[in-house]
Design a binder for this molecule. Structure first.
Ligand SMILES: [Zn+2]
Length: 78
């Protein structure tokens, strides 16, 4: 059983839906990886459900991922 089959079983989503999500995740990771950087994030939404979209690459991070990215930038300056 591959990862997508497992995700389909545990999430209750059918395979087509899992594949669509999988493709979106892959596209997003590729955008973030290939960004000239540093990312220039704009916040969309509030609180824990907020997402952060980069103006340069259109890549998207969840709230907790953005916190670690910004902390990494700060520490990188030291
Ligand atoms: Zn970016």
């Amino acid at each position: 059983m591959d990862v997508r089959e497992v995700l389909s079983k545990v999430s209750g989503l059918d395979k087509k839906e899992v594949n669509e999500i999988w493709e979106k995740v892959k596209v997003n990771q590729k955008r973030l990886r290939e960004c000239e950087g540093p990312h220039n994030f704009e916040q969309k939404g509030e609180g824990l459900r907020a997402t952060f979209v980069c103006h340069k690459c259109q890549g998207e991070l969840k709230s907790h991922e953005h916190i670690w990215y910004m902390r990494g930038l700060e520490h990188g300056k030291k």
